[in-house]
Ligand binder design. Sequence first.
Ligand SMILES: Cc1cc2nc3c(=O)[nH]c(=O)nc-3n(C[C@H](O)[C@H](O)[C@H](O)COP(=O)(O)O)c2cc1C
Length: 326
Amino acid sequence: MTDRSAPPLFHTVICDLLGIRYPILQGAMQGGGGVELVAAVSEAGGLGVLPTFGGTDAKLRADIAAVRSRTGKRFGVNIMPMGAGIAERCAATCIELGVPIVTTGRADPGEKLVHRLKAAGIVVVSVIPTVDHARRMEAEGVDAVVASGTEAGGHVGTVATLPLVPLVVDAVKIPVLAAGGIGDARGFLAAFALGAVGVQMGTRFMATEESDLNAWGRAQLLAMRETDTIVTRAMTGATVRCIRTAEIVAYEAALARGADAAELTELKRLVRGSRYDGDKSGRRQSAAGQVAGMIHEVVPVRVLIEEMVAEAARLAARMGGIARGE
Ligand SMILES: Cc1cc2nc3c(=O)[nH]c(=O)nc-3n(C[C@H](O)[C@H](O)[C@H](O)COP(=O)(O)O)c2cc1C
Protein backbone atom coordinates (compact mmCIF):
# COMPACT_ATOMS: atom_id res chain seq x y z
CA MET A 1 0.00 0.00 0.00
CA THR A 2 1.17 3.50 -0.80
CA ASP A 3 2.13 5.88 2.02
CA ARG A 4 -0.67 8.46 1.73
CA SER A 5 1.36 11.16 3.52
CA ALA A 6 4.12 10.99 0.86
CA PRO A 7 3.70 12.96 -2.39
CA PRO A 8 1.86 10.78 -4.91
CA LEU A 9 4.12 8.78 -7.19
CA PHE A 10 4.22 9.87 -10.84
CA HIS A 11 2.46 13.17 -10.19
CA THR A 12 2.30 15.03 -13.53
CA VAL A 13 0.51 17.97 -15.13
CA ILE A 14 -2.39 15.72 -16.04
CA CYS A 15 -3.03 15.04 -12.33
CA ASP A 16 -3.43 18.79 -11.75
CA LEU A 17 -5.49 19.31 -14.90
CA LEU A 18 -7.95 16.53 -14.05
CA GLY A 19 -7.78 16.74 -10.26
CA ILE A 20 -6.63 13.14 -9.75
CA ARG A 21 -3.93 11.44 -7.66
CA TYR A 22 -2.36 9.15 -10.28
CA PRO A 23 -1.97 9.86 -14.02
CA ILE A 24 -4.19 6.92 -14.94
CA LEU A 25 -7.39 7.18 -16.96
CA GLN A 26 -9.77 4.28 -17.28
CA GLY A 27 -10.79 4.47 -20.93
CA ALA A 28 -14.55 4.50 -21.41
CA MET A 29 -15.76 1.02 -22.26
CA GLN A 30 -19.15 0.37 -23.68
CA GLY A 31 -19.98 -3.13 -22.43
CA GLY A 32 -16.96 -3.39 -20.14
CA GLY A 33 -16.95 -0.47 -17.75
CA GLY A 34 -20.11 0.40 -15.87
CA VAL A 35 -20.69 2.67 -12.88
CA GLU A 36 -18.99 0.33 -10.37
CA LEU A 37 -15.74 0.38 -12.36
CA VAL A 38 -15.85 4.12 -12.96
CA ALA A 39 -16.43 4.88 -9.29
CA ALA A 40 -13.75 2.39 -8.19
CA VAL A 41 -11.10 3.88 -10.48
CA SER A 42 -11.84 7.41 -9.32
CA GLU A 43 -11.89 6.27 -5.67
CA ALA A 44 -8.49 4.61 -6.17
CA GLY A 45 -6.96 7.85 -7.44
CA GLY A 46 -7.32 7.48 -11.22
CA LEU A 47 -10.03 8.89 -13.48
CA GLY A 48 -13.03 6.70 -14.14
CA VAL A 49 -14.83 7.50 -17.40
CA LEU A 50 -18.43 6.56 -18.19
CA PRO A 51 -19.29 5.26 -21.67
CA THR A 52 -22.29 6.65 -23.55
CA PHE A 53 -21.97 4.85 -26.88
CA GLY A 54 -25.26 3.20 -27.80
CA GLY A 55 -26.98 4.43 -24.63
CA THR A 56 -29.95 6.71 -24.02
CA ASP A 57 -29.97 10.08 -22.31
CA ALA A 58 -31.93 8.56 -19.41
CA LYS A 59 -29.19 5.97 -18.93
CA LEU A 60 -26.48 8.63 -18.94
CA ARG A 61 -28.34 10.61 -16.28
CA ALA A 62 -28.85 7.49 -14.16
CA ASP A 63 -25.18 6.49 -14.57
CA ILE A 64 -23.93 9.92 -13.51
CA ALA A 65 -26.16 9.85 -10.43
CA ALA A 66 -25.01 6.29 -9.63
CA VAL A 67 -21.32 7.25 -9.84
CA ARG A 68 -21.95 10.30 -7.66
CA SER A 69 -23.66 8.14 -5.05
CA ARG A 70 -20.53 5.95 -4.90
CA THR A 71 -17.73 8.52 -4.94
CA GLY A 72 -17.17 12.21 -4.37
CA LYS A 73 -14.07 12.07 -6.58
CA ARG A 74 -13.90 13.49 -10.09
CA PHE A 75 -14.87 11.30 -13.02
CA GLY A 76 -15.43 11.78 -16.75
CA VAL A 77 -18.01 11.04 -19.41
CA ASN A 78 -17.06 9.81 -22.88
CA ILE A 79 -18.67 11.20 -26.01
CA MET A 80 -18.57 9.21 -29.23
CA PRO A 81 -19.56 11.26 -32.29
CA MET A 82 -21.30 8.36 -34.03
CA GLY A 83 -24.89 9.02 -35.08
CA ALA A 84 -26.69 12.30 -35.80
CA GLY A 85 -27.11 14.61 -32.83
CA ILE A 86 -25.88 12.09 -30.25
CA ALA A 87 -22.68 13.93 -29.31
CA GLU A 88 -24.63 17.19 -28.91
CA ARG A 89 -27.21 15.49 -26.69
CA CYS A 90 -24.51 13.94 -24.47
CA ALA A 91 -22.67 17.28 -24.27
CA ALA A 92 -25.85 19.09 -23.21
CA THR A 93 -26.45 16.60 -20.40
CA CYS A 94 -22.80 16.81 -19.22
CA ILE A 95 -23.10 20.61 -19.11
CA GLU A 96 -26.45 20.55 -17.33
CA LEU A 97 -25.25 18.07 -14.71
CA GLY A 98 -21.87 19.69 -14.14
CA VAL A 99 -19.69 16.80 -15.30
CA PRO A 100 -16.11 18.08 -14.87
CA ILE A 101 -14.33 16.11 -17.61
CA VAL A 102 -15.36 14.84 -21.04
CA THR A 103 -13.31 12.51 -23.20
CA THR A 104 -14.03 12.10 -26.89
CA GLY A 105 -13.43 8.89 -28.78
CA ARG A 106 -13.14 7.58 -32.33
CA ALA A 107 -13.69 10.78 -34.36
CA ASP A 108 -13.47 14.55 -34.18
CA PRO A 109 -16.64 15.75 -32.40
CA GLY A 110 -16.27 19.14 -34.15
CA GLU A 111 -14.95 22.50 -33.05
CA LYS A 112 -18.41 23.80 -32.13
CA LEU A 113 -18.96 21.02 -29.63
CA VAL A 114 -15.47 21.39 -28.13
CA HIS A 115 -16.07 25.14 -27.69
CA ARG A 116 -19.44 24.50 -26.08
CA LEU A 117 -17.92 22.12 -23.52
CA LYS A 118 -14.97 24.44 -22.86
CA ALA A 119 -17.29 27.43 -22.41
CA ALA A 120 -19.08 25.44 -19.69
CA GLY A 121 -15.78 24.94 -17.88
CA ILE A 122 -15.43 21.27 -18.80
CA VAL A 123 -11.93 19.81 -19.32
CA VAL A 124 -11.87 18.03 -22.69
CA VAL A 125 -9.53 15.14 -23.48
CA SER A 126 -9.60 13.59 -26.96
CA VAL A 127 -8.48 10.10 -27.91
CA ILE A 128 -6.65 10.23 -31.25
CA PRO A 129 -5.05 7.62 -33.56
CA THR A 130 -2.80 9.87 -35.72
CA VAL A 131 -0.62 12.98 -35.56
CA ASP A 132 -2.98 14.93 -37.85
CA HIS A 133 -5.95 14.16 -35.64
CA ALA A 134 -3.96 15.29 -32.57
CA ARG A 135 -3.07 18.58 -34.26
CA ARG A 136 -6.70 19.14 -35.25
CA MET A 137 -7.96 18.56 -31.71
CA GLU A 138 -5.30 20.89 -30.30
CA ALA A 139 -6.39 23.56 -32.78
CA GLU A 140 -10.01 23.09 -31.69
CA GLY A 141 -8.95 23.81 -28.12
CA VAL A 142 -8.99 20.49 -26.25
CA ASP A 143 -6.91 20.34 -23.06
CA ALA A 144 -5.06 17.07 -23.69
CA VAL A 145 -4.95 14.14 -26.09
CA VAL A 146 -4.66 10.41 -25.59
CA ALA A 147 -2.50 8.90 -28.34
CA SER A 148 -4.04 5.48 -28.78
CA GLY A 149 -2.18 2.83 -30.75
CA THR A 150 -3.62 0.05 -32.84
CA GLU A 151 -2.96 -2.45 -30.03
CA ALA A 152 -5.90 -0.98 -28.12
CA GLY A 153 -9.30 -2.52 -27.61
CA GLY A 154 -12.23 -0.67 -29.20
CA HIS A 155 -12.05 1.65 -32.22
CA VAL A 156 -8.50 1.72 -33.55
CA GLY A 157 -6.32 3.22 -36.25
CA THR A 158 -3.29 1.58 -37.82
CA VAL A 159 -0.31 3.13 -36.00
CA ALA A 160 1.21 1.30 -33.01
CA THR A 161 1.62 2.96 -29.63
CA LEU A 162 5.43 2.91 -29.67
CA PRO A 163 5.83 5.27 -32.67
CA LEU A 164 2.52 7.13 -32.21
CA VAL A 165 3.13 8.55 -28.74
CA PRO A 166 6.50 10.27 -29.39
CA LEU A 167 5.27 11.51 -32.78
CA VAL A 168 2.26 13.14 -31.13
CA VAL A 169 4.38 14.46 -28.24
CA ASP A 170 6.59 16.20 -30.82
CA ALA A 171 3.62 17.54 -32.79
CA VAL A 172 1.50 19.24 -30.10
CA LYS A 173 2.05 21.47 -27.07
CA ILE A 174 -0.82 20.16 -24.93
CA PRO A 175 -0.28 17.18 -22.58
CA VAL A 176 -0.24 13.74 -24.23
CA LEU A 177 -1.29 10.48 -22.61
CA ALA A 178 -0.51 7.04 -24.01
CA ALA A 179 -3.02 4.25 -24.65
CA GLY A 180 -3.05 0.92 -26.36
CA GLY A 181 -1.31 -2.13 -24.94
CA ILE A 182 -0.71 -0.82 -21.44
CA GLY A 183 -1.51 -3.39 -18.79
CA ASP A 184 1.15 -3.38 -16.11
CA ALA A 185 3.97 -1.36 -14.55
CA ARG A 186 6.26 -1.94 -17.53
CA GLY A 187 3.85 -0.41 -20.03
CA PHE A 188 2.98 2.37 -17.60
CA LEU A 189 6.64 3.33 -17.20
CA ALA A 190 7.30 3.01 -20.94
CA ALA A 191 4.64 5.66 -21.56
CA PHE A 192 6.73 8.21 -19.66
CA ALA A 193 9.86 7.24 -21.60
CA LEU A 194 7.89 8.02 -24.78
CA GLY A 195 7.09 11.51 -23.48
CA ALA A 196 3.56 10.93 -22.22
CA VAL A 197 2.37 12.44 -18.93
CA GLY A 198 0.02 9.61 -18.13
CA VAL A 199 -1.82 6.59 -19.49
CA GLN A 200 -5.29 5.46 -20.46
CA MET A 201 -6.04 1.77 -20.00
CA GLY A 202 -9.13 -0.11 -21.06
CA THR A 203 -8.69 -3.85 -21.49
CA ARG A 204 -6.75 -4.31 -18.22
CA PHE A 205 -9.52 -2.60 -16.29
CA MET A 206 -12.07 -5.06 -17.71
CA ALA A 207 -10.39 -7.86 -15.74
CA THR A 208 -11.18 -6.32 -12.36
CA GLU A 209 -13.72 -7.25 -9.73
CA GLU A 210 -15.64 -4.03 -10.37
CA SER A 211 -16.00 -4.23 -14.17
CA ASP A 212 -19.34 -5.30 -15.61
CA LEU A 213 -17.85 -7.54 -18.29
CA ASN A 214 -19.94 -10.68 -18.62
CA ALA A 215 -18.66 -14.06 -17.37
CA TRP A 216 -17.88 -15.29 -20.88
CA GLY A 217 -15.76 -12.18 -21.58
CA ARG A 218 -13.87 -12.56 -18.30
CA ALA A 219 -13.04 -16.18 -19.05
CA GLN A 220 -11.87 -15.14 -22.53
CA LEU A 221 -9.65 -12.37 -21.16
CA LEU A 222 -7.89 -14.75 -18.79
CA ALA A 223 -7.36 -17.37 -21.49
CA MET A 224 -6.46 -15.13 -24.43
CA ARG A 225 -3.05 -14.95 -26.02
CA GLU A 226 -1.77 -11.76 -27.63
CA THR A 227 -2.89 -13.08 -31.03
CA ASP A 228 -6.50 -13.66 -29.98
CA THR A 229 -7.88 -10.24 -30.97
CA ILE A 230 -9.10 -9.21 -34.42
CA VAL A 231 -9.88 -5.87 -36.05
CA THR A 232 -13.24 -5.83 -37.79
CA ARG A 233 -15.87 -3.47 -39.16
CA ALA A 234 -18.58 -5.98 -38.33
CA MET A 235 -19.35 -4.41 -34.94
CA THR A 236 -19.95 -0.71 -35.62
CA GLY A 237 -18.98 -0.12 -39.25
CA ALA A 238 -15.62 1.36 -38.22
CA THR A 239 -12.50 -0.63 -37.34
CA VAL A 240 -12.85 -2.12 -33.84
CA ARG A 241 -10.37 -4.46 -32.13
CA CYS A 242 -12.25 -7.23 -30.34
CA ILE A 243 -12.06 -10.76 -29.04
CA ARG A 244 -11.49 -13.09 -32.01
CA THR A 245 -14.62 -15.21 -32.37
CA ALA A 246 -15.80 -17.69 -34.99
CA GLU A 247 -18.51 -15.20 -36.06
CA ILE A 248 -16.00 -12.43 -36.78
CA VAL A 249 -13.57 -14.78 -38.53
CA ALA A 250 -16.46 -15.96 -40.75
CA TYR A 251 -17.43 -12.35 -41.55
CA GLU A 252 -13.83 -11.39 -42.43
CA ALA A 253 -13.41 -14.51 -44.59
CA ALA A 254 -16.62 -13.71 -46.49
CA LEU A 255 -15.47 -10.12 -46.97
CA ALA A 256 -12.11 -11.33 -48.34
CA ARG A 257 -13.75 -13.64 -50.89
CA GLY A 258 -16.08 -10.86 -52.07
CA ALA A 259 -19.35 -12.18 -50.61
CA ASP A 260 -22.49 -10.28 -51.61
CA ALA A 261 -24.15 -7.66 -49.43
CA ALA A 262 -26.95 -9.98 -48.26
CA GLU A 263 -24.49 -12.58 -46.96
CA LEU A 264 -22.34 -9.94 -45.24
CA THR A 265 -25.39 -8.40 -43.60
CA GLU A 266 -26.43 -11.78 -42.22
CA LEU A 267 -22.91 -12.53 -40.93
CA LYS A 268 -22.77 -9.09 -39.35
CA ARG A 269 -26.05 -9.77 -37.65
CA LEU A 270 -24.54 -12.92 -36.12
CA VAL A 271 -21.51 -10.97 -34.87
CA ARG A 272 -23.66 -8.22 -33.41
CA GLY A 273 -26.19 -10.71 -32.11
CA SER A 274 -23.48 -12.45 -30.17
CA ARG A 275 -22.61 -9.07 -28.80
CA TYR A 276 -25.93 -7.61 -27.84
CA ASP A 277 -28.31 -10.46 -27.14
CA GLY A 278 -26.06 -12.93 -25.42
CA ASP A 279 -26.95 -16.61 -25.32
CA LYS A 280 -27.46 -19.11 -22.54
CA SER A 281 -23.76 -19.16 -21.65
CA GLY A 282 -23.82 -15.40 -21.07
CA ARG A 283 -21.77 -14.94 -24.22
CA ARG A 284 -21.56 -11.39 -25.52
CA GLN A 285 -18.98 -10.14 -27.98
CA SER A 286 -16.62 -7.55 -26.54
CA ALA A 287 -13.88 -5.27 -27.71
CA ALA A 288 -10.47 -6.13 -26.26
CA GLY A 289 -6.87 -5.12 -26.88
CA GLN A 290 -3.73 -7.17 -27.46
CA VAL A 291 -2.75 -6.63 -23.83
CA ALA A 292 -5.38 -9.31 -23.06
CA GLY A 293 -2.53 -11.76 -23.62
CA MET A 294 -0.87 -10.41 -20.45
CA ILE A 295 -3.89 -10.67 -18.18
CA HIS A 296 -3.87 -13.67 -15.86
CA GLU A 297 -5.99 -12.62 -12.92
CA VAL A 298 -9.01 -10.58 -11.92
CA VAL A 299 -8.11 -8.13 -9.14
CA PRO A 300 -9.79 -5.24 -7.32
CA VAL A 301 -9.20 -1.88 -9.04
CA ARG A 302 -7.38 -0.39 -6.04
CA VAL A 303 -4.90 -3.28 -5.94
CA LEU A 304 -4.29 -2.98 -9.68
CA ILE A 305 -3.57 0.74 -9.52
CA GLU A 306 -1.52 0.80 -6.32
CA GLU A 307 0.61 -2.21 -7.25
CA MET A 308 1.21 -0.93 -10.77
CA VAL A 309 2.35 2.47 -9.57
CA ALA A 310 4.56 1.03 -6.79
CA GLU A 311 6.14 -1.51 -9.16
CA ALA A 312 6.74 1.20 -11.77
CA ALA A 313 8.60 3.26 -9.16
CA ARG A 314 10.83 0.25 -8.37
CA LEU A 315 11.37 -0.33 -12.09
CA ALA A 316 12.28 3.32 -12.62
CA ALA A 317 14.96 3.03 -9.93
CA ARG A 318 16.34 -0.07 -11.66
CA MET A 319 16.33 1.75 -15.02
CA GLY A 320 18.62 4.36 -13.50
CA GLY A 321 21.08 1.53 -12.78
CA ILE A 322 20.82 0.29 -16.37
CA ALA A 323 21.52 3.81 -17.69
CA ARG A 324 24.63 3.98 -15.51
CA GLY A 325 25.80 0.64 -16.88
CA GLU A 326 25.43 -1.14 -13.52
C1 LIG B 1 -14.78 -3.21 -24.36
C2 LIG B 1 -14.26 -1.88 -24.78
C3 LIG B 1 -15.16 -0.87 -25.06
C4 LIG B 1 -14.69 0.41 -25.42
N1 LIG B 1 -15.60 1.40 -25.64
C5 LIG B 1 -15.16 2.67 -25.86
C6 LIG B 1 -16.08 3.74 -25.95
O1 LIG B 1 -17.30 3.58 -25.80
N2 LIG B 1 -15.58 4.99 -26.20
C7 LIG B 1 -14.22 5.21 -26.33
O2 LIG B 1 -13.82 6.37 -26.56
N3 LIG B 1 -13.32 4.20 -26.24
C8 LIG B 1 -13.76 2.96 -26.00
N4 LIG B 1 -12.85 1.94 -25.84
C9 LIG B 1 -11.39 2.25 -25.85
C10 LIG B 1 -10.90 2.46 -24.41
O3 LIG B 1 -11.51 3.60 -23.85
C11 LIG B 1 -9.36 2.64 -24.34
O4 LIG B 1 -8.94 3.78 -25.04
C12 LIG B 1 -8.61 1.43 -24.86
O5 LIG B 1 -9.17 0.26 -24.33
C13 LIG B 1 -7.13 1.52 -24.49
O6 LIG B 1 -6.39 0.46 -24.99
P1 LIG B 1 -6.16 -0.93 -24.17
O7 LIG B 1 -7.42 -1.71 -24.35
O8 LIG B 1 -4.99 -1.55 -24.85
O9 LIG B 1 -5.89 -0.58 -22.74
C14 LIG B 1 -13.29 0.66 -25.52
C15 LIG B 1 -12.39 -0.39 -25.25
C16 LIG B 1 -12.86 -1.64 -24.88
C17 LIG B 1 -11.84 -2.72 -24.57
